[in-house]
Ligand binder design. Structure first.
Ligand code: FAD
Length: 285
């Protein structure tokens, strides 16, 4: 069973500089914690969940933090405009300098990054750069063993195309019957569930019932939970109060729920799960 996880993406332009890191390992997390405690100015590239959580941790330490995001809003592609605007506002209220729709054009400094110039000409000084632009399945080492390049595509029991080879977690792309295609999970709960599915398959038992795609995040003391496939939605309804950080965003497609994001309402998850259960029961038409 291949369960080698994922590797953070890097930016070649930053490869030659010492004060640049990614976040995946415990060692990297400890180094980052020490850096935040020292009050260093932090430049984060990418406003996905890792970038946002580190920004929140940096602000908890009182450090100056700038986040540069190429998209017009944080999580825009996955969660849409309303929730992207909400995330942007939360970080700005907490003192994060959030620069949206921009990328780094030039790096200044010898050996360490001292300053960057953005594509609008703006310059930002920093003590450390965290590159948080997503991950790729860590499967490069499997080249030449009869598996297609990239994430290991599997059925619902984790079986790959190669005989007796299974995969689970961030290295795998399980088949999602509702979407009708293989999909990366990239999240903790899915990795655990997929490991269990592989155990069932190896033992010759039927696969356990599939589960909804889900993740959680903690930022500024808020618990954020997500279920489903928001990218399928054509509308989003907010129940609650965005400003009070107490709401459920229900994503719908042709009036039917396809995903939900709850903030400060962990009990809403049970109801969301029930509304979305159909997505794990029958393939989409
Ligand atoms: C900072 C951070 C925060 C996160 N927060 C959340 C969160 O809040 N919620 C959430 O749902 N998910 C979160 N995730 C994602 C979650 O951690 C992953 O989805 C999950 O760990 C994937 O599990 P895995 O077993 O597939 O891979 P991993 O946990 O990455 O484990 C893979 C292991 O394989 C080892 N390995 C790699 N290559 C080899 C090799 N060739 N030989 C031997 N060993 C090898 C690696 O060293 C690693 O220990 C977070 C991830 C990070 C980095």
């Amino acid at each position: 069973m291949i369960a080698t996880g994922a590797r953070p993406r890097t930016l070649p332009a930053f490869a030659a500089y010492d004060n640049v890191s990614t976040l995946r390992t415990l060692e990297q997390a400890r180094a980052l914690r020490d850096l935040l405690a020292s009050g260093a100015r932090l430049l984060i590239i990418g406003a996905g969940f890792i970038g946002q959580e580190v920004a929140a941790a940096a602000r908890a330490h009182g450090g100056a933090v700038t986040v540069i995001e190429a998209e017009p809003l944080p999580m825009h592609g996955l969660l849409g405009r309303e929730i992207g605007e909400w995330f942007a506002q939360v970080h700005r209220e907490q003192g994060v300098e959030l620069v949206l729709g921009r990328t780094v054009k030039q790096i200044h400094g010898g050996g360490v990054v001292e300053e960057v110039t953005l594509d609008d000409g703006r310059r930002i000084a920093t003590d450390h750069v965290l590159v948080a632009i997503g991950v790729d399945p860590d499967v490069g080492w499997t080249t030449g063993v009869g598996l297609a390049a990239g994430a290991i595509a599997t059925d619902a029991g984790g079986r790959s195309d190669a005989a007796d080879v299974y995969a689970a977690g961030d290295a795998a792309a399980f088949h999602d019957a509702f979407l009708g295609r293989h999909a990366l999970s990239g999240h903790w709960e899915a990795a655990g569930r997929q490991g269990v599915a592989v155990a069932h398959a190896v033992a010759g038992e039927p696969a356990p019932a599939p589960a909804l795609s889900s993740f959680w995040s903690e930022q500024y003391g808020m618990r954020i939970n997500y279920l489903g496939h928001a990218f399928l939605a054509d509308a989003v309804e907010i129940d609650g109060d965005l400003a009070a950080r107490d709401f459920v965003a229900l994503y719908t497609r042709a009036g039917e729920a396809v995903a939900g994001l709850s903030v400060g309402r962990p009990r809403a998850l049970g109801e969301l799960r029930e509304r979305l259960a159909y997505m794990t029961e029958a393939p989409a038409g």
